[in-house]
Design a protein around this ligand. Structure first.
Ligand code: MEV
Length: 325
């Protein structure tokens, strides 16, 4: 069994689960249109504590089932069981920052509730977590939820250069998810502080890619992600950094950059080999590959430019049950 990919065993309430956030290195947005994506689970996570209750409650809110789309999406799922629960969440992932907070919540809750209804294997957990996020968001790919379920580095729609983990389905569409070896680098992300809605950004890019030059733009996104994945697998930092810069230019071209993202990328420049927006964009965060040994300088520069920087490392473990609350 690949590390971190053990099935989720059956369990009884109360129980607790966690799932990591994610950072996309290449291919956000384009993945929704079938191009490859490369991403990794980050060492910031969301934890949920789930207890039996007379009605469905999220963080003390008894009307969350009507008001919180991700919670509603979970509890309407056939595998969630009929027993209402009280859920408390604790997250170190900034919300609306492009770092996978909604995927981590979806995967952690799906993991916990699937345990109460008999347990689940990883491919089914990846499918269920995607269905939850897709149900709440209306659009999107299974990259974020697969990272939350698998941990480590992954490709979606990528070349067959790593072990195939699972295929996620959405109607007629399928996405193949594969493991890629972690090159062992340290990354820096910085949040602009500007929240954004993934669904709106995905729909705007869809409209942009429907224009006559859309297929050419999509092919360039695909080329960058394919070459970027090969470079990560080969540990070729210089090529990865160059392709991150090119990927950002394309994301700017399809309209999902933001003046605050541009300012952070500019500020990162002297201490980073490469930087780009990560996630849906239009606000959210950047990811930078620091010049070797310049992590602290990079963090300082990003903070001085008004960003909220974090040093992140890939989290090898995906969603899991925690010891009893
Ligand atoms: C959001 O984290 C990544 C997008 O590609 C949307 C998706 O893949 O669901 C923008």
């Amino acid at each position: 069994m690949t590390e971190g990919l053990a099935p989720i065993p059956a369990g009884h309430l109360p129980l607790s689960a966690q799932a990591p956030g994610k950072c996309i290195v290449f291919g956000e947005h384009a993945v929704v249109h079938g191009a490859p994506e490369l991403l990794f689970a980050i060492d910031l996570s969301t934890q949920v504590v789930v207890r039996p209750a007379p009605r469905w409650v999220l963080n003390g809110d008894p009307s969350a089932a009507e008001r919180h789309p991700y919670f509603r999406s979970v509890i309407q799922s056939p595998w969630a069981g009929a027993q209402p629960v009280d859920v408390r969440t604790v997250s170190r992932i900034p919300r609306g920052a492009g770092l996978g907070s909604s995927a981590a919540l979806s995967a952690a809750l799906t993991c916990a509730l699937s345990s109460t209804t008999g347990g689940v294997d990883r491919p089914a957990l990846a499918q269920r977590s995607f269905d939850v996020e897709r149900g709440a968001q209306g659009v999107g790919s299974p990259g974020d939820t697969s990272a939350a379920v698998a941990g480590g580095f992954l490709t979606v729609n990528g070349e067959a250069i790593g072990e195939s983990l699972w295929t996620v389905r959405d109607g007629d569409r399928t996405w193949n998810v594969r493991r890629v070896a972690d090159p062992g680098w340290v990354w820096v992300v910085a949040h602009t502080g500007i929240p954004r809605a993934t669904g709106d950004a995905v729909r705007a890019v869809g409209a942009r890619l429907a224009r006559p030059d859309g297929p050419t733009v999509l092919a360039e996104f695909a080329r960058i992600a394919t070459e970027g994945t090969r470079a990560v697998a080969a540990g070729d930092r210089k090529t990865v950094a160059e392709l991150m810069v090119r990927n950002h230019e394309l994301l700017r071209e399809v309209g999902v950059s933001h003046p605050r993202l541009e300012a952070l990328i500019e500020a990162a420049h002297p201490a980073a080999d490469g930087a780009k927006l990560t996630g849906a964009g239009a606000g959210g965060s950047i990811v930078a590959l620091p010049r070797e040994g310049a992590e602290t300088e990079l963090v300082r520069r990003l903070a001085r430019a008004g960003g909220l920087p974090f040093v992140v490392r890939p989290a090898p473990e995906g969603a899991s049950l925690l010891s009893s609350p």
